[in-house]
Design a protein around this ligand. Sequence first.
Ligand SMILES: NC(=O)C1=CN([C@@H]2O[C@H](COP(=O)(O)OP(=O)(O)OC[C@H]3O[C@@H](n4cnc5c(N)ncnc54)[C@H](OP(=O)(O)O)[C@@H]3O)[C@@H](O)[C@H]2O)C=CC1
Ligand SMILES: O=C(O)C1=N[C@H](C(=O)O)C[C@H](O)C1
Length: 274
Amino acid sequence: MSPIRIAVAGVAGRMGRTLVQAVDAADGLVLGAATERAGSSLVGADAGELAGVGHAGVAVQADLAAVVDDFDVLIDFTVPAATMAHLAVCRGAGKRMVIGTTGLDEGQKEAISAAGVDIPLVFAPNMSIGVNLCLKLLDIAARVLGDEVDVEIIEAHHRHKVDAPSGTALRMGEVIADALGRRLDEVAVYGREGHTGPRERAAIGFATVRAGDVVGEHSVWFAGDGERIEIAHKASSRLTFANGAVRAARWLAGRPPGRYDMQDVLGLKDLASV
Ligand SMILES: NC(=O)C1=CN([C@@H]2O[C@H](COP(=O)(O)OP(=O)(O)OC[C@H]3O[C@@H](n4cnc5c(N)ncnc54)[C@H](OP(=O)(O)O)[C@@H]3O)[C@@H](O)[C@H]2O)C=CC1
Ligand SMILES: O=C(O)C1=N[C@H](C(=O)O)C[C@H](O)C1
């Protein structure tokens, strides 16, 4: 069977380089193309050398459309505007996509859903198995604990991260709000300062830390009277996300068009809930 040819967008970024390492280590996958922002000094460099895995024979391109015949699946962990441009190219050319970019607005998320009519794509704010298992655990915890507890989501990331709260924290909030029959946009409280008054019972609070080289940490509190449950995940290597993206790229082969997420890839939607 011929290998699945992967394109990595934003290949000079923290995730871009890690994705090239993960593709290099994966059976049945080969790096077919790599892109960077137009104007980057790294356009033209060898993508394998950039990622520290040796010469790959894949020169970094500024324009995804120019290399559209060189890949089967695009893995995109970049910035929202770039992801939207790449989505248009992939939709037009019938290419599959794995999208990990966070910080997208509602219109951009709708554009991803619309592209899912024509191409199969996986879109998830966190590709790690552990976080996706936590999403399932959060759904169960919220259904069991109901309105008896206060829910607070605390996340920490490295100093370079540009969006807050993290896409993962927001997804955790959505899962919990859905389980409790609440609307996240009505109950979310993003940070607190000054004379806030007492806590609203239905609120779902978010707290954000940006510091040092923290890869990604999420902790959800379900705090009641007399006890507190915490469901927490700590990523210590970006390979956990990159390996999840590689798994998603493999899973997409032969799928009909649709917008999927990592719960689909991992088969977690089939697990019984409470
Ligand atoms: N879903 C998941 O599991 C995970 C998601 N993420 C998300 O992935 C995204 C990237 O994170 P990270 O790697 O840390 O960020 P980086 O800033 O390190 O990487 C982003 C890269 O994209 C490049 N880029 C910008 N515009 C374009 C363009 N038009 N074409 C090609 N490349 C472009 C940037 O170039 P330049 O710097 O020159 O502008 C940069 O090299 C974030 O949204 C983050 O939240 C991160 C980890 C896990
Ligand atoms: O920017 C990051 O680094 C990460 N972003 C994702 C998010 O916003 O949830 C996932 C991961 O925690 C790392």
